[in-house]
Design a protein around this ligand. Sequence first.
Ligand SMILES: Nc1ncnc2c1ncn2[C@@H]1O[C@H](COP(=O)(O)OP(=O)(O)O)[C@@H](O)[C@H]1O
Ligand SMILES: [Mg+2]
Length: 243
Amino acid sequence: MAKIILAASGKGGAGKSTVSALLGEALASKKHKTLIIELDSGLRSLDVALGVTENIVFDLGDIIRGSCDMKDALAPCPFCEGLSLIPAAAKPAVITAGAINDISSALGEEYEYIILDCPAGIGEALENAAKCADLALVVATPDPSSVRGARSAGALLANCGVKNRRLVIERCPQKAKKLSPINNLDEIIDGAELQLIGVIWEDPLTRSAMDSGAPLSYESPNYQTFRNLSERICGKNIPLGFK
Ligand SMILES: Nc1ncnc2c1ncn2[C@@H]1O[C@H](COP(=O)(O)OP(=O)(O)O)[C@@H](O)[C@H]1O
Ligand SMILES: [Mg+2]
């Protein structure tokens, strides 16, 4: 059965979709077949990042309404073998835990990892996704409000019984001294009350990969960062190490 990883945050714009897409690419590039399910109904964005916009016929909403075969809503990423997307419902829709479970049971033999890209916030959508998750990645930027949001999301996930909860710090300035107003990573980790699993650098190449539907450039400092994150998730002991 596939391992289900959820990407959550308290505040919007923290980098959940970026982490979902680039972690998915990194896992698939190591031959771990990965499916990303975009739960952000009405706010689809990963189709652009994964270059599948033109190929979408059905989406998560169609699966839930039973108006398509589950496999017909899978959009394979053209530049990353072994990575597919179920795009978000075009219109707002309630995605129940039962619906997520049905999809992961039906497709879980085919994929090694299923990443749930959650909507921002600590509402029902996150609770439903949490009921299905083996691991939650809580994404926060260094901003105090984002860190506080991560703490709230982490607490909700704990209440929902998600035992494995980890912090991903997104958009970290490449020069750590620019981390102000939170001065160092320890403060972010303490503020979020979560164990750190990865630090993603603020980087224009990362943004352009998300905007252009192309793979992340080898030149990006995050290229190796996401490969390391994927290996940690696969259970390898890769030190966090910063430069
Ligand atoms: N490491 C990064 N460096 C530069 N820009 C980033 C980085 N991560 C995310 N972004 C940009 O920040 C914005 C919000 O990211 P996104 O992943 O869509 O957040 P969320 O899914 O949490 O709302 C997007 O425009 C994205 O391209
Ligand atoms: Mg998003």
